[in-house]
Design a protein around this ligand. Structure first.
Ligand SMILES: Nc1ncnc2c1ncn2[C@@H]1O[C@H](COP(=O)(O)OP(=O)(O)OP(=O)(O)O)[C@@H](O)[C@H]1O
Ligand SMILES: [Mg+2]
Length: 720
């Protein structure tokens, strides 16, 4: 593609933006108006028309997937690879920077990334170590506090506790957490940005190097940057760098995680000479979809205000389906997907979007039963599954003995007789001597502090890790992974669990071996040991590459992770009050506005057909609900909607659909929703049933004991 062609498939304001003179540019425009397309063309323009080197360009995208697509698209346009360009997420880019400057940033060379689950465990331990009551000081709350401070660029040292116990304890936990991370040589997600930002501030020479290099900085989805991310960009741009930011205030959906819509306006104040381009033509959706989305978002106040129009025909009306319950909802969805496939459509052209991850299970089941391949983005991702994290923790400890989170996770998995008392002693010693758990263990063994049995068990564990650590690089990563799974005893451990769950865990571990076999280091990671590159990949990309990349799959994801994407067919499920908008948002105008933006994001993902589904009754989080239809549905002009079936039919169809399934009353003698009594656990409600005969199981939500799966043959349940 030569220079003139770069501008061919663009409208006038888009061309203006792509070919803008070097300087600061802000693009403010609604969904599907070509913002991302303009950003991609701009990069090609910088290289071709402005004769800049790809190495001068740094582009920030919202997901790793978007980054890969962007790179591919530009290479396709230019006809050659653009290795030197940096494109990635904020976290990915910050991570890359810290890998190159670990020493200057005060990190160990093999520092590992702590994902939010690891982080929570660590915080839990700290709270216990401080003898605080976990019920009164929930670890999740402390995690939220810590991450919130980091998003604002604040360390414990920057903060001052007030008089109240809340701020005092939170600050103390934050401080202890920072020290524990330091000791373990691990960084959490927020730390990646915070630390690279600090690195630049304390090392002007390093900053100058990057400022000289990255004269062009482009940011997609700017409306969802938080304080530290914006600060990071500003520092990098300095006096000479040029910023090209694109965003849509109506699509800001991460306020709950510290994103600041205001950054869009702040940008204008911080860079008064920036030119602003507005795009108003939508190229993605049909007239009906666009009109409906515009009508919904119009209910928000305090918008920067823009209208979108399309040259497209109205297209099909929006399909509104009133399901009987969540299974009926899933059954209808599967039926429509199959219709689409029968017409020659591809599965990957279909997206199912939900508000909460917990909604995916029923839909997954329905798709599975009909043998429709699907892929889940986000949610319980492959790399977040317990057994995978166990194996990864072994690998992490193999790579870095100071990784306390990994040590703690697997020291007694599978059980090897290292008890809580030993661990408490070790932790205390580690804190006092400011050493890792590993080093503390070594000291303990040398000084023969532990009783013989505990000492032997601990010593066996250390020997195991040492023996698994390769001495040279003659062993491939997947051989090492297989070895770890077998020698650690994890395989035998999980094989003892004969249920499907246990089987699934083994399959997952085998899939991990596949993942390590297929893993290829990125160009910029050549210096890094393959194992470390893989561990970083596992932490950063969790879930994004799940399933077989090449298989034609229906795409399942939360509304949040659908941002920036588009699909010919979109199903939005669970359009119900209490779920979407969520319960807590109903009486908080700010949160409600954010939910509405999320609805706008969801609707504008659809190109041709949009389905909105809601149910009369739903089991979620172990409770039965009888929700009202979402208020967002009533904000859509009726002439844009087509009610798919009448409510009465629906209820009947829903009932037969349920009765015809294996999960029905005939198999177990119980039905969902039934009240039961258990001798030990007390009263509860059946929330699911499966299997039959002696294998029949019921899932019961007990008032006191929480939810449990019980085998009917042994449960002695009484109906109430
Ligand atoms: N001038 C154009 N001519 C034809 N198609 C276009 C044009 N501009 C954009 N498109 C197409 O419209 C769709 C939406 O574009 P894009 O994804 O860049 O929009 P966006 O503004 O980034 O949307 P979002 O806000 O959802 O991120 C894409 O399929 C894109 O290829
Ligand atoms: Mg976009």
């Amino acid at each position: 593609m030569d220079v003139s062609e770069l501008l061919d498939d663009l409208n006038k304001p888009q061309r203006e933006a792509v070919a803008a003179p070097l300087g600061h540019t802000r693009i403010l425009a609604g969904a599907g108006s070509g913002k991302t397309r303009v950003l991609v063309h701009r990069i090609a323009w910088l290289i071709q028309a402005e004769a800049l080197s790809p190495a001068n360009i740094l582009a920030v995208t919202f997901t790793n997937k978007a980054a890969a697509e962007m790179r591919g698209r530009i290479e396709q346009m230019l006809g050659y690879p653009i290795g030197g360009m940096w494109v990635g997420t904020f976290h990915g880019l910050a991570h890359r920077l810290l890998r190159s400057h670990w020493q200057e940033a005060g990190l160990p060379q093999g520092f590992q990334i702590l994902d939010s689950d690891d982080q929570l465990r660590m915080i839990k331990r700290i709270i216990r170590g401080m003898s605080l009551d976990e019920a009164q000081w929930p670890p999740k709350q402390a995690q939220w506090y810590i991450n919130g401070q980091k998003d604002e660029g604040l360390r414990a040292a920057h903060l001052q506790a007030g008089e109240d116990p809340y701020s005092q304890n939170m600050l103390a936990i934050y401080l202890a957490y920072e020290q524990a991370c330091e000791r373990a040589g691990v960084v959490d997600f927020g730390e990646l940005l915070l630390r690279s930002h600090e690195l630049w501030l304390k090392r002007p020479d390093i900053l100058a190097h990057y400022q000289q290099r990255f004269s062009q900085i482009l940011v997609d989805e700017f409306q969802d940057t938080n304080t530290i991310q914006y600060a990071w960009i500003r520092v990098l741009a300095g006096q000479t760098g040029h910023l090209f930011i694109v965003g849509d205030d109506d699509q800001s959906i991460y306020g709950w995680r510290g994103a600041k819509i205001e950054n869009i306006q702040k940008f204008h104040k911080d860079y008064p000479d920036a030119s602003t381009v507005r795009l108003e033509q939508n190229y993605r959706s049909t007239g009906n979809i666009l009109a409906a989305a515009n009508a919904v978002i119009a209910n928000n106040s305090e918008r920067l205000g823009k209208e979108l129009w399309t040259e497209d025909a109205d297209g099909e009306p929006i399909q509104l389906y009133n399901a009987y319950n969540e299974r009926d909802e899933a059954a209808y969805l599967v039926q429509e997907v199959r219709n689409w496939m029968n017409q020659g459509g591809k599965r990957s052209e279909v997206a199912v979007l939900y508000r909460s991850n917990a909604q995916s299970r029923v839909i997954e089941e329905a798709l599975m039963q009909s043998a429709v391949p699907y892929r889940v983005y986000g949610g319980l991702r492959f790399f977040e599954r317990a057994e995978i994290k166990d194996v990864l923790s072994y690998l992490r400890l193999i790579s870095n003995r100071r990784d306390d989170a990994a040590f703690e996770r697997i020291v007694n998995i599978p059980t090897r007789g290292i008890g809580a008392a030993t661990l408490t002693q070790l932790r205390q010693y580690a804190r006092e001597t400011n050493q890792s758990m590993w080093q503390s263990s070594v000291d303990f063994l040398q000084q023969k502090i532990l009783p013989a049995r505990a000492g032997n068990a601990l010593s066996a564990f250390l020997t195991l890790i040492d023996s698994l650590t390769p001495e040279d690089d003659s062993m491939s990563l997947h051989e090492l992974t297989a070895l770890v799974i077998d020698e650690s005893g994890l395989r035998t451990h999980f094989a003892k669990d004969k249920t499907e769950k246990g089987q699934g865990r083994i399959e997952n571990m085998d899939e991990l071996i596949n993942a390590t076999r297929e893993f290829m280091r990125a160009d910029d990671e050549e210096e890094m040991p393959l194992l470390d590159a893989f561990l970083a990949h596992a932490a950063l990309e969790a879930g994004e590459n799940q399933g077989d990349q090449w298989q034609d799959c229906v795409q399942l994801m939360t509304l949040h992770s659908a941002k920036g994407l588009e699909f010919p067919i979109v199903f939005m499920v669970g359009m119900e009050e209490g779920l979407f908008p969520g319960q807590k948002s109903s009486d908080d105008p700010l949160r409600l506005a954010e939910e509405r933006r999320l609805c706008y994001v969801g609707m504008t993902r659809a190109r041709n057909t949009l389905y909105l589904l809601y149910t009369e009754s739903r089991y979620l989080y172990g409770q039965e609900m009888h929700p009202r239809p979402s208020r967002f549905l009533s904000e859509i002009p009726v002439e844009r909607l087509h009610q798919v079936r009448s409510q009465k039919n629906m209820a009947a169809a829903g009932l037969t659909a349920i009765a015809s399934r294996s999960h029905s009353a005939d198999d177990t003698g119980f039905r969902t929703g039934q009240q039961v009594m258990h001798q030990k656990f007390g009263p509860g409600v059946i929330i699911d049933t499966e299997g039959n005969g002696s294998h029949a199981r019921v899932h019961v939500n007990f008032k006191q004991a929480g939810s449990k799966w019980l085998v009917l043959a042994y449960a002695n349940l009484e109906t109430l």
